[in-house]
Design a protein around this ligand. Structure first.
Ligand code: ADP
Ligand code: MG
Length: 229
């Protein structure tokens, strides 16, 4: 079945709470990163171990980056730069970023995106949106079923589909999506989709979840197409 999920007012009031949470997460991250930087320089460790420390530092940087932009989004009046984003390029860099994460559970990200598709959005927010959706797709797929990202122009919109063959969701689970802290994962925050819904609404887009429990999920986002000249 199919359901249109709509943004609701309550998300805005929880924005401040989310900002506070993000702020509190930053401090422990900084401490852990400091220790890792020390260990990376430790001569007695072998090269493989040091490479792993470097990887961990990169991941912490990625987390810090997300938190920074999350804080920006939580502030309702903060202006962000509107850009003409090349959807293919942006999705390629999202796939490059998440491929190693996907490979941890044998999931490759397959991209099929048309050339010359542009949308008017802030690039960092577009990446934040699609990273969250692809990350969810990877986390739902435990058995190497793969993730497909399809993008192209449909009528006057740019349409992006993120398709996974993972856990899927029931109708009532779909209804709860975007509710702050709603998560079925042991280590989930339940904030990812709240952020996604905010970004989609901010740029006059839509988001739909089409899912069958046990069979996988397709998330479709659409934004107005922008002609370049
Ligand atoms: P988190 O990923 O931290 O749990 P999200 O807001 O990103 O928080 O997602 C909320 C919940 O929605 C997830 O815990 C999961 O149960 C469900 N969900 C989101 N995307 C998918 C997907 N592609 N397949 C199955 N379930 C999903
Ligand atoms: Mg998530």
């Amino acid at each position: 079945y199919y359901e249109q999920v709509q943004q609701s007012e309550r998300l805005k009031t929880t924005g401040q709470l989310a900002a506070a949470v993000a702020h509190e997460i930053r401090n422990p991250l900084t401490v852990v990163k400091g220790f890792l930087q020390l260990y990376k320089k430790e001569e007695s460790f072998d090269e493989q171990v040091k490479r792993n420390f470097a990887l961990m530092i990169d991941e912490l940087d990625a987390a810090e980056h997300v938190i920074s932009h999350f804080l920006t989004i939580a502030k309702p009046n903060k202006e962000v730069k509107l850009e003409k984003v090349d959807v293919k390029d942006a999705l390629q860099s999202v796939a490059d970023l998440l491929n190693s994460y996907g490979l941890l559970n044998d999931n490759k990200i397959d991209l099929h995106v048309e050339e010359n598709c542009y949308i008017a959005i802030n690039l960092i927010e577009f990446k934040q949106l699609t990273i969250n959706l692809v990350k969810n797709a990877i986390e739902a797929s435990s058995h190497g079923s793969g993730i497909t990202v399809i993008g192209g122009k449909v009528k006057n919109s740019v349409e992006i589909r993120i398709v996974d063959g993972g856990l899927g969701m029931s109708e009532s689970e779909i209804k709860d999506l975007g509710t702050p802290f709603y998560s079925l994962k042991t280590k989930g925050t339940g904030l990812g989709l709240m952020i996604c819904f905010n970004i989609v609404e901010k740029y006059n887009g839509t988001i739909e979840f089409n899912s069958v429990k046990g069979n996988g999920t397709t998330v479709t986002i659409r934004f107005p197409f922008v002609r370049i000249n």
